[in-house]
Design a protein around this ligand. Structure first.
Ligand code: NAP
Length: 295
């Protein structure tokens, strides 16, 4: 058996086409395009690639996107001043501060400084709280991307045993909350694994849907997957590969070749969750713009 490949790239493209229409309508009503500003501090090569991809994706569907590049020596106060200026700018509907930030900057202070109605990453405690109680204004992009990819491929989570590997604030924990809510792409029985989990392989094997966000290259192998399970691989890891021009290649947290012989469906890396995360960011930018219109 070879698993169905859950094509995040194609699904994200479909979402972007749908959003382009919404952006056209919003532009008419607002008298300006929806605006998203991304702030990047420092020179982290992976962050630079992500920011470029987000900027390009905005441009393709008519969202006005600005990238503010700040030096690696930026202080918390300097970044706070930039965020406050963007909070007050009426042409900016969404603000995204690319993480991770250099170590001298207090990340939580910055997250809490972004105006909640512009917090398209859904990291502000107010938005996390709203999501927690089932009244979400925005959904966090990567968890929402995982669920939207499953939904559009016809895989419901309702009543399923879902195991998540990872409990970060960005992926694992919000995903576990969303899956435990009521609803079509929720209503799951959720197990959350982390580095203190006693028997990771056994917890993974219990999953009908296995979502892996550990940040450890290929840590989930075929023997840890129940035959017929659906596997979502969130991991993006650079591993050395001297046969490529860049000297590295991207792999997920799941050993893909082995896993696809056991799973019924699986996301590739790259081309799975990554493009869906960007599509959900664009969705949130439209939600923010709609909020500023009051519709
Ligand atoms: P993170 O903050 O480092 O969190 C990793 C989580 O995995 C932690 O909860 C950790 O447990 C757990 N973990 C690590 N090794 C483990 C192991 N051997 N067994 C069980 N649990 C383990 O990472 P993250 O930000 O959530 O990101 C995870 C991965 O997803 C990374 O590869 C990242 O690049 C990728 N990512 C992709 C996208 C996308 O759009 N595709 C978006 C975000 C992140 P403890 O809590 O016990 O330390």
């Amino acid at each position: 058996m070879s698993a169905e490949i859950l094509d995040g790239k194609a699904t994200a493209q479909q979402i972007r086409t749908e959003l382009a229409e919404e952006v056209r309508e919003l532009t008419e009503k607002l008298g300006r395009p929806p605006g998203l500003t991304v702030v990047i501090v420092g020179e982290d090569p992976a962050s630079k690639v992500y920011v470029r991809m987000k900027h390009r994706a905005c441009g393709e569907i008519g969202i006005a996107s600005e990238v503010i590049e700040m030096s690696v020596e930026t202080t918390t106060e300097e970044l706070l001043a930039t965020v406050k200026r963007l909070n007050a700018d009426r042409a900016v509907d969404g603000i995204l501060v690319q993480l991770p930030l250099p170590k001298q900057i207090d990340e939580q202070t910055i997250i809490e400084a972004v105006a909640p109605d512009k917090d398209v990453d859904c990291f502000h405690p107010i938005n996390v709280g709203l999501m927690m109680v089932g009244k979400a204004r925005f959904l966090p992009c990567t968890p929402a991307g995982c669920l939207e990819l499953l939904r559009r491929a016809g895989h419901t989570t309702r009543g399923k045993n879902v195991t998540i590997v990872g409990r970060s604030n960005i992926v694992g924990r919000p995903l576990s909350v969303m899956l435990a809510h009521r609803g079509e792409m929720a209503d799951a029985t959720v197990t959350v694994c982390h580095t203190k989990t006693r028997d990771l392989a056994a917890e993974c094997r219990r999953a009908e849907i296995l979502i892996v966000a550990a940040g450890v290259p290929q840590c989930v192998t075929a023997d840890m997957i129940s035959p017929g399970a659906v596997v979502v691989d969130v991991g993006v890891n650079r591993v050395e590969d001297t046969t490529t021009k860049s000297g590295y290649r991207l792999v997920g947290d799941v050993e893909f070749e082995g896993a696809k012989g056991v799973a019924s469906a699986i996301t590739p890396v790259p081309g799975g969750v990554g493009p869906m995360t960007i599509a959900m960011l664009l969705t949130n930018a439209c939600t923010a713009a709609r909020g500023h219109l009051g519709v």
